[in-house]
Design a binder for this molecule. Structure first.
Ligand SMILES: Cc1cc2nc3c(=O)[nH]c(=O)nc-3n(C[C@H](O)[C@H](O)[C@H](O)COP(=O)(O)OP(=O)(O)OC[C@H]3O[C@@H](n4cnc5c(N)ncnc54)[C@H](O)[C@@H]3O)c2cc1C
Length: 395
């Protein structure tokens, strides 16, 4: 049977970063990716947080626009502008494709058309079975360590990572790529727009507009399932509002529609078992207030590679170290974000109160965003005072 030191399932930002960084450290890494071309089918708004490309040593060519403005629209449609960063926009074809190319350059093997099916044990060994969609054959690989990173649709029931609620917390999303016959107004290309409102259906909607070189990505999501026509009606209404503000003078030459599931729940309770690690959105590492998960995914890939390097001769220990690292870095913060989102959704006018505070308190967005920078006494005082103010007003 074929063997590999590290097998990674899924070549999104989590899997590709793990492969790149593990291979760079000399770990024999093999990625199984079901799609034919990495990143080509990913439906995503591909907004990247400030500093993402530097932090993950990615070339600037993948950046479409630097976006210093974050425009938050509250339940009444009022705009609150935060200026920081800048964030960036890209496409997943470019982002995932680039990380995968760099992983290959470091020596990782990325096998496309490879659909993971099952994890079993053969004696003491972990064995992955996958379908080679090209050859139409079932194949098996014995792995010393495994990093699962299949994204929002991961279900690993028959594995040591068994979990009863894989399908909870999923959001249905729909997005248009809108191609215009001339540029929209200039501010469009400096801005990431997020919209939080109750839709015609009475359900809480999170919408966005992210500018790309040749199109605008306008999309929305709603927790749980929503029938296709109703979802499209909601998206048409949002698109109309955005069009009236940003491109009333433009014609639309093409409009592509795409949809996918986005995970907006809590981090999964079990992140490792034996020599198996769970990363990225499959591990529930998504910020429920805004759907950001690319950074968390890439960082989980990095933590997996680092843990394996630290305990190369003891993969189960590496997996435990990985899970502890992810917990320390993300789990508490992401749980708090989910709680905040639920609190806001219960009384949608709370979005406006929060956004107003973020927009008018100097330094607050930077403090909240700078998660690796140690917080000074002043930072803590600002945060505490703002939290009390928000709770008082929200109540
Ligand atoms: C509409 C939408 C908009 C979003 N916008 C943003 C945004 O602007 N910014 C942001 O940070 N995040 C955004 N996200 C979230 C972001 O897409 C995810 O958090 C991120 O993609 C997670 O990366 P990942 O590597 O964990 O998984 P993914 O990127 O989902 O990659 C998983 C990979 O695994 C492969 N795979 C799945 N199953 C198998 C299998 N059985 N065998 C082999 N391969 C398999 C898939 O083909 C895929 O390539 C958005 C999500 C959606 C749906």
């Amino acid at each position: 049977m074929e063997t590999a030191e590290l097998v990674i399932v899924g070549c999104g930002p989590a899997g590709a970063t793990a492969a790149r960084e593990a291979a760079r450290a000399g770990i024999h890494s093999l990625v199984l990716e079901k799609d034919a071309i990495v990143g080509e089918k990913r439906v995503c708004a591909a907004g990247l947080r400030p500093g993402f490309c530097n932090e993950f040593e990615l070339p600037r060519e993948i950046v479409h626009f630097d976006t210093p403005r974050l425009a938050l629209f509250d339940a009444s449609g009022e705009e609150h502008v935060l200026t920081f960063g800048p964030g960036h926009t890209s496409t997943r074809e470019e982002l995932d494709g680039t990380i995968a190319r760099l992983a290959r350059e470091e020596g990782a093997e990325i096998r496309t058309h490879a659909l993971f099916r099952e994890l079993t044990r053969d004696g003491g060994r972990l064995v992955l079975e996958y379908a080679d969609l090209h050859e139409g054959a079932r194949k098996r690989i014995a792995a010393r360590a495994i990093f699962f990173a299949q994204g929002a649709t991961a279900v690993l029931d028959r594995s040591p990572l068994r979990y009863a609620q894989w399908r909870d917390g999923l959001m249905t999303t729909l997005q248009y790529r809108i191609y215009l016959d001339r540029p929209a107004i200039p501010v469009t290309y400096e801005t990431l727009e997020m919209h939080y409102y109750v839709g015609r259906s009475g359900r809480q909607i999170v919408g966005w507009m992210f500018p790309k070189k040749d199109h605008l990505a306008i999309g929305l999501g709603v927790i749980g399932k929503m029938e296709g026509t109703a979802l499209r009606t909601e998206l048409d209404a949002l698109t109309e509002r955005i069009a009236a503000r940003l491109y009333p003078h433009c014609g639309v030459t093409r409009q592509k529609v795409e949809g996918h599931l986005l995970y907006m729940g809590a981090p999964r309770p079990v992140l490792s078992a034996d020599a198996v690690m769970l990363g990225g959105t499959a591990a529930g590492l998504v910020d429920a207030t805004n759907g950001e998960g690319i950074y968390e995914a890439a960082m989980s890939g990095r933590l997996a590679a680092e843990a394996l390097l630290a305990h190369r001769d003891d993969p189960p220990r590496a997996a435990r170290r990985y899970a502890n690292g992810v917990k320390r870095r993300f789990v508490g913060k992401l749980r708090r974000r989910l709680k905040l989102m639920h609190f806001l959704e219960r009384e949608p006018q709370r979005f406006g109160i929060l956004f107003e505070q973020l927009a008018t308190t100097p330094g607050l967005p930077q403090i909240l965003h700078g998660e690796t920078r140690p917080r000074t006494l002043r930072d803590r005082a600002i945060l505490y005072a703002q939290m009390l103010k928000f709770l008082y007003k929200a109540a």
